[in-house]
Design a protein around this ligand. Sequence first.
Ligand SMILES: *Cc1c(COP(=O)(O)O)cnc(C)c1O
Ligand SMILES: [Zn+2]
Length: 426
Amino acid sequence: MKESFVSLTLDSASTLRAGAFGNATHLSCRECGATRELGPHYACSECFGPLEVAYDFGQVTREQIEAGPRNIWRYKALLPVPDDIETSPNLEPGFTRLLDACNLAAELGLTKLWVKDDSTNPTNSFKDRVVACALSAARELGSRVFACPSTGNLANAVAAAGARAGIPTVVFIPSNLETPKQVNSAVFTESLVAVDGTYDDVNKLASEIAGEDPGWAFVNVNVRPFYAEGSKTLGYEIAEQLGWRLPDQIVIPVASGSQLTKVHKAFQELIALGLVEDKPYKVFGAQADGCSPVASAFKAGVDAIRPVKPDTIAKSLAIGNPADGIYVLDIARQTGGGVEQVSDDEIRAAIVLLARNEGIFTETAGGTTVAVLKKLVETGQLDPDAETVIINTGHGLKTLDAVSGSVGPRATIAPTYDAFTAAGIA
Ligand SMILES: *Cc1c(COP(=O)(O)O)cnc(C)c1O
Ligand SMILES: [Zn+2]
């Protein structure tokens, strides 16, 4: 089994076309800095630390980006994708709206608040961004099967992207997942596999399959370094949509922690490339009480993350052993931000709060983010006068059960004017 993995490495390295990964030059270990050639590798051969894509960007200008398409490929020079990426069928995610959330800002006592609304991506979550980058890697590496272990949204995005690209997909989910998220995968793929276990169990199974059969590209396992880079586009878009500026504060939900670390990486790249002015900003992470290993470590002031068994309505954030948790801690501490947690009841209330103030129906992950924003303001951790961005990562129609008990008809009446007046609505 080890042998077949090694032979894939050699094959793919020798058959890679020039420019298969754009300006990316190699993979680099986040722990020890050891380097490795671009390929389906995710762990450092020296220390088993996580690998990350490294680049030689050369010159990238605002004008060049602004002339690109209104999707993530406008940033293709900053991603591990080929220059002709737009010619391969894909879902063209990204360039979602940055909404001036003036009503919610007033409600919470904030001067300026923006919602980066990723619920409007093709499969209604930010996962379309990461999957588009993983798909490109899978294509360039000649993978036969496009797959993932998922807490729901990722399975939706992989199944849909594979359908559009004409690559067979197999998606694995915990069997207790919300029905809408199951259906949203099953419409796109014949191979939705429900596993009796937690996400962490599903993830372990995926790693085992990836080790046995090198033809499988598991987006968040063996092509994870390429997948993860897709989240940088959230950071690029926020900066561009603010008029090539960085916000003062940003609140991001944390599952594996990949998204948060990559938004920070994006901001750092923009500064290094001279595309935005260098300035301090604070990064805050949001978790649910029922799965808060990173928030717990942050508050305890420790460096190690103690894995937990998740139990929360925020299932898209229910990763008990988050791969990038320690990097989230570093970034929160370095930038003067933090990691907070909220209860399921606070999450439900925050979903309704955002909906009634801004007309945005978010899923439980977004509810977690809005509830954490509220808590950060109330506890004085977030400066109410500093410009703040929150990321809405998914759509409420996928987690209807979370709020179906707390909202519903105000009255059920007979179709007569008398009944209407008797109900006391007007
Ligand atoms: C996957 C997911 C996240 C968190 O992503 P990580 O990069 O694993 O931290 C947040 N929100 C939604 C809706 C998601 O599906
Ligand atoms: Zn290493």
